[in-house]
Design a binder for this molecule. Structure first.
Ligand code: MRU
Length: 378
């Protein structure tokens, strides 16, 4: 297959990404986000001074991706506490902002639990708020550590499965520094392979309809100097058929107790393709994405988004103009549309799940429960 597009693009300066940070200007504490709806055209900050603003940022995907949603949720609770607002109500709003990524509820509940415990032991509002903020910061740091560990486990797994090196890896959606306290999940493994000189190319699915692959993963790959090529989601099948994919690496929004994986819509068809073509299908996610309280894939709530994301191409969808509504209509006026944000891949199609606590393969409920028990002992 022609390789002429594989060289790293030039012109995007690699510098540390500030994806999310707590700030305390004179007007009061705020959460500052890198507005992901504006990438790659613009690295614009979005300042959230209260919980409704953060909820809106979550709904519009200005801040997104499972681990980062957990971190943002925890800081959101801290924002309510520090500003003297109703923490319970704020936690409820944040937790309901998006339904599928379990990390959002995890981060919110963890921070709200610390607030409740502080109040119960007699702490004043300022002390309770300080404890919640410390917890959000701890979650942020832990996610960075988990990211590094997943990258190491994932790279070792790739070396075991693909001993010849020179990997051609395919990924979907966006799983890098933009979704993490560290360098991400699946993308961090690809980055590790690149740094070790073992990545021949990262195939990046564009990821319709919101183009997280084209706008965000290609942006991160370019910043890292990785060899990558973008493809339309529909082109993946012919790529497998041509023998140009050695492994698929994706993240997850929720992993049920039986090992079913909810991830960006389009992941399941890749798993089916990978099975047919005998290509490893690898899921990389922290244990905070495993939800042992959800029995199986059918029990996972899949977010349904507006059909307009399918029937229109908006400026914010293509990352050039922030959050204007209304775009170019690409279907007959009034066309109904089906727009689930995620799909479910059953465990029998998943070769391995890589977490910060290790790798399970084959994927079983028992193996998952053991990994989670290990992480809760730390
Ligand atoms: O709708 P999004 O952009 O929040 O969806 C994100 C994904 O599906 C990611 O693949 C998933 O959160 C894993 S990120 C490590």
């Amino acid at each position: 297959m022609a390789d002429q597009d594989a060289q790293p693009p030039v012109g995007i300066a690699p510098s540390a990404l500030s994806v999310l940070r707590w700030d305390e200007p004179p007007e009061g504490p705020v959460l500052v986000l890198l507005d992901q709806t504006r990438l790659p055209a613009e690295e614009a900050e979005l300042v959230c001074a209260d919980v409704p603003a953060l909820v809106e940022a979550i709904r519009t995907l200005a801040v997104r991706g499972a681990p980062l949603l957990g971190i943002a949720g925890a800081y959101g609770v801290a924002l309510a506490a520090v500003r003297g607002q109703d923490v319970g109500a704020a936690a409820g709003l944040l937790e309901r902002a998006r339904p599928t990524a379990v990390n959002l509820g995890y981060g919110v509940r963890r921070a709200a639990g610390v607030y409740r415990a502080a109040v119960e032991k007699g702490a004043g509002p300022a002390q309770a708020a300080a404890e919640v903020l410390a917890e959000a910061r701890a979650l942020h740091r832990e996610d960075a550590v988990a990211s590094g560990r997943m990258a190491r486990y994932g790279l070792a797994l790739l070396d075991e499965l693909l001993p010849d090196g020179g990997h051609q890896l395919l990924t979907h959606c966006n799983t890098g520094a933009l979704v993490s306290g560290g360098e991400g999940t699946a993308f961090a493994v690809a980055l590790g392979a690149h740094r070790a000189g073992r990545l021949r190319r990262l195939w990046v699915d564009e990821t319709r309809p919101l183009l997280q692959g084209a706008r965000l993963t290609a942006y991160e790959a370019a910043r890292s100097g990785m060899p990558y090529s973008l493809l339309t989601d529909n082109a993946a099948g012919s790529l497998f058929a041509a023998g140009e994919v050695d492994a698929v690496l994706i993240g997850a929004d929720r992993i049920a107790a039986d090992g079913s994986v909810a991830n960006k819509v389009g992941s399941y068809p890749l798993a089916v393709l990978a099975k047919y073509h005998h290509v490893p299908f690898i899921v990389v996610a922290p244990t905070t994405t495993v939800d042992l309280d959800t029995a199986d894939g059918a029990s996972i709530t899949v977010e349904q988004r507006s059909g307009r994301e399918v029937t229109e191409v908006t400026l914010s969808q293509v990352g050039v103009a922030g959050r204007e509504t209304g775009g170019v209509v690409v279907a007959p006026l009034g066309s109904p549309a089906y727009n689930p944000a995620f799909d479910i891949t059953p465990p029998e199609l998943v070769t391995a799940i890589v977490t910060e606590e290790g790798v399970i393969s084959p994927v079983t409920g028992v193996g998952l429960a053991e990994l989670c028990a290990r992480s809760s002992q730390i």
